[in-house]
Every structure is written in C-alpha cells, then in structure tokens.
Design a protein around this ligand. Structure first.
Ligand SMILES: *[C@@H]1O[C@H](CO)[C@@H](O)[C@H](O)[C@H]1NC(C)=O
Ligand SMILES: *[C@@H]1O[C@H](CO)[C@@H](O)[C@H](O)[C@H]1NC(C)=O
Ligand SMILES: *[C@@H]1O[C@H](CO)[C@@H](O)[C@H](O)[C@H]1NC(C)=O
Length: 372
C-alpha cells in the first residue's frame, strides 16, 4: 500500500487512495494498475472536477492555524446510511468574539455556498437541507464539532469548518464518506436511454443516488468492471475496466476508469452508475413460477414490496445474500445475488448480482425478491 501511494506523486491521488480501506489483498493486486490509471486520471480530468474542494484544502494546509486544531482529529469520517456521525472541529484557543460556520463543499455547483450550520459559541442555527439533521456536539467549551444524524446517501462529500473572528478567518476541511457500493443501471427500454436527469431519477427509483467520481473509482478498485458508459452525478460519463478487452475500448489501454468527459446533460443518452448503502429493511426471496403481477402480490401478502435494484445490491453487499434463483424486482427486471460463485449458478467466476434483464411480464419463470 505504501509503495502504491508513493507512486502517485500528487496529494489528490493519495487522498483517493487513502480512502480505500478495503481488502488488503485486492489493493496489493491492483497496485501496478493504479499507477497507470493515476496518469489517465490526472492528465484527463480529475483535477478540474474536484478542484473546488481541493483548492480550499490546499490553502488550509499551508497556513499555520492559530485557533483551529489542525490536522482535525480525523480527516475522513466513514459511516453507513442511517448512522449518526460527528465531524470533528476543535478550537485550541478561543477568540473573544467568533463564529464557526460549517459548509458542505459542492464542487458541482460553483459559487453556491451550502451552509449547514452557524454558531457564535452560544446559539446555533441550521441551514438548508442538512440543517434539520445537523447540531453541534458541544462536548466541551472548545468543541465546534458538528453531528449529522440519520446519514443520507447525498451527505457524502467534503465539509469545511470555518472560524470567523473578523480578523483572520481559518478553516479545516473534512471528508464524510458514506460506505456503500456502486452498481450500473440500464433502462428497461435498452442501452443508453437516460439523459442526466433521467439517470438521476432512475437511481433514485432504485433506492440509490447517481454515483460520484470518487465512488466509481473506489468501486473499480474493489472489482467493478463494466463495459457500458454511465452518467455520474457531476454530468460526466465513464466506465470502469479491470480487464482491458477489444470490445471495451481496446486491449492496449491500461485498466482504469475510461472517460467520455462531461456530456450534454439534456441531449446525450447513457446508462447510469448508481450508489447505495445499507438499508433499514431486509430483502427475502419467495420461490415459485410467478408472473410479474403475481410476484407483486406474494410480496404484498407478506407485508412487503418487490425489492428495488439498490436494495438487492445492498443485501448482497452488506448482508451476504446469496441465492441461485432469479426473482422479479420492482422495476420489472429479474436478477439474483451470488456471494459464493459456483458452477451451477451461471458458471460465474466472481461474486455479483446477475441479471436476466427485463423479461416479458406475462412469463411464469421466476420467483420474487421482496423488501420489508
Ligand atoms: C441518532 O440520533 C438520534 C437522536 O438525534 C437517535 O434518535 C437515533 O436513535 C440515533 N441513531 C443511531 C443509529 O444511533
Ligand atoms: C409478452 O408475451 C405475450 C404472450 O406470449 C405476448 O402476447 C406479448 O405481446 C408479449 N409482450 C411483449 C412486450 O413482448
Ligand atoms: C399473471 O397471472 C394472473 C393470473 O394468476 C393474471 O390475472 C395476470 O393478468 C397475469 N399478469 C401478467 C402481467 O401477465
């Protein structure tokens, strides 16, 4: 791991790698590939999309701070959807008069300041979408840490804790990473049928959100290899390749995230890369030879609904759901989750959620995956 990190000579690349705490074996195997992809990422586009976040980080790195503790206790906080998290920000010394302002950095919407919470040391006020779920921890008089309750997928990102004292303002930047997984999603009408907004809605409909570039990159390091290009939340289009092959952009290009760059959000059509995390409920299978309406009905009889694609992926990833039977899902597709690959389950070499696509809804060939 250390050697890999040294290979990326830039802080941005290290930051990306440092977020990767996954399986050590996988990281070691991927090291030589990562060195190659680093070049692509930097040369092409990684900088421009994330620069808003890192610019502010860079500034705070070079200035010796007088009031705020730096580095913050942890630079990255990781948690699953639904959890309560604390983003640490401590004063080492209190100015007479000051405010602390927490903002979520939005590299996608330049110029928009997304304030989460402001405090003057006594009173606090929450702002925006996150405001109602944000509060100060106040463990002691020097504590300006913010708590975010009931974590949502969209909370993933960078946050700035800024001390404003009227003379010289200071800030530290932290990353909040929602632990989860990325899955590719295609329309029932076929390949490349979503514009950006439709891709966003498609993910939302499957209990997921359009993935960020960081999330896709991480998914690639964890084994995602997919030959169809999909939208990311920043309006760019990519696909992750671990095994270079002729029909997926060529054998000569190194493994990595292949990029189409930013595309026209209204006029260009692709698939989607969706991101989801753990769910509050459970997915279970009901066997039988059911058509689509019967599948809806058997779930309803159990007080459940047909599972969304994101819920099935989540159950597979977080709860190890392994089932060799195809089942209907809410969107009309038929899939099955495999955690231990075996010969008679599609003869697949790697774990994953397999798809039969969107069969004719009158067919009586499959069971149902329900979510409750
Ligand atoms: C999160 O905090 C709220 C109170 O703000 C509490 O009701 C809830 O149970 C906590 N959730 C978890 C997962 O700890
Ligand atoms: C589904 O199958 C039925 C019966 O075989 C057929 O009448 C119908 O046209 C098919 N629907 C589609 C969308 O292919
Ligand atoms: C499924 O079968 C039921 C009869 O059990 C029928 O009423 C329903 O229309 C069928 N649905 C589809 C989509 O074919």
């Amino acid at each position: 791991m250390d050697m890999c990190m040294m290979a990326g000579s830039d802080t941005e690349f290290k930051a990306t790698l440092a977020t990767s705490t996954g399986n050590r074996k996988i990281e070691l195997v991927l090291c030589p590939i990562m060195q190659n992809i680093a070049v692509i990422l930097f040369a092409v586009n990684y900088f421009t999309w994330t620069s808003a976040v890192f610019d502010s980080q860079r500034q705070s790195v070079h200035k010796k701070l007088r009031y705020l503790l730096e580095p913050p206790v942890y630079a990255e906080v990781t948690a699953r959807r639904g959890a309560n998290v604390t983003l640490p920000c401590l004063l080492q010394k209190k100015p007479l008069v000051y405010k602390v302002k927490w903002t979520k950095l939005e590299p996608l919407r330049r110029g928009v300041e997304n304030i989460v919470l402001i405090t003057n040391g006594q009173a606090q006020k929450g702002y925006g979408l996150l405001g109602p779920r944000a509060s100060l921890r106040r463990a002691h008089p020097l504590d300006a840490s913010v708590r975010i309750s009931n974590l949502e997928l969209e909370d993933d990102g960078s946050y700035r804790c800024e001390l404003i004292n009227g003379i010289e303002d200071e800030s530290v930047v932290l990353t909040l990473r929602v632990e989860g997984l990325v899955f590719p999603y295609q329309s029932a009408n076929g390949r490349y049928k979503f514009n950006h907004q439709e891709a966003k809605e498609a993910c939302y409909g499957q209990d997921a959100a359009l993935a960020t570039h960081k999330q896709l990159f991480r998914a690639w390091t964890e084994g995602l290899d997919w030959c169809n290009a999909g939208w990311l939340n920043d309006g760019t289009v990519h696909y992750p390749i671990l095994h270079p092959r002729a029909q997926c952009g060529g054998e000569k290009l190194p493994a990595g995230i292949r990029s189409y760059g930013p595309k026209d959000k209204t006029r260009d059509y692709f698939d989607a890369f969706c991101f989801t995390s753990i769910t509050a409920g459970y997915v279970f299978f009901i066997g039988g030879k059911l058509n689509f309406t019967e599948a809806i009905e058997v779930c309803r009889e159990k007080g459940a609904e047909l599972a969304r694609v994101g819920q099935l992926y989540s159950a597979w990833h977080f709860r190890g759901l392994d089932r060799c039977d195809g089942g209907w899902l809410y969107d009309g597709s038929v899939r099955f989750p495999i955690t231990s690959p075996r010969k008679r389950c599609g003869d697949l070499r790697e774990p994953g959620v397999r798809s039969f696509g969107f069969p004719n809804k009158t067919l009586r060939l499959h069971g149902a995956y329900c979510y409750r």
